[in-house]
Design a protein. Structure first.
Length: 99
């Protein structure tokens, strides 16, 4: 999860004007908190559903780890797609100033 935070933060903050940077940062932090809580609830539900035997519980944890890997892959693909679609201005190029 830690590897996804930096690319997602860069993607969320790219293209945000200076006047809206505080709002975008707060929205990103809120989205991370809610996403973590919902993700943990889903993974805990998947992990602990099969509790009939210790072997079944182990299978549940295996399923939860696979699902967590899928979540990380989706986040990485989304971040790379969004970042690839934005371009930083070239050094020395004029930066447009919002009116």
């Amino acid at each position: 999860m830690g590897l996804a935070f930096v690319p997602l933060t860069i993607a969320a903050m790219s293209g945000v004007t200076e006047n809206e940077s505080g709002l975008a940062s707060g929205l990103m932090a809120t989205a991370q908190q809610i996403g973590q809580a919902v993700g943990l609830a889903i993974l805990a539900g998947v992990a602990t559903t099969p509790t009939a035997t210790p072997e079944a519980l182990t299978d549940g944890f295996e399923d939860a780890f696979l699902l967590a890997g899928g979540f990380a892959l989706i986040a990485a693909l989304a971040a790379s797609t969004i970042i690839a679609g934005t371009r930083a201005p070239r050094p020395g190029a004029a930066v447009p100033v919002p009116a």
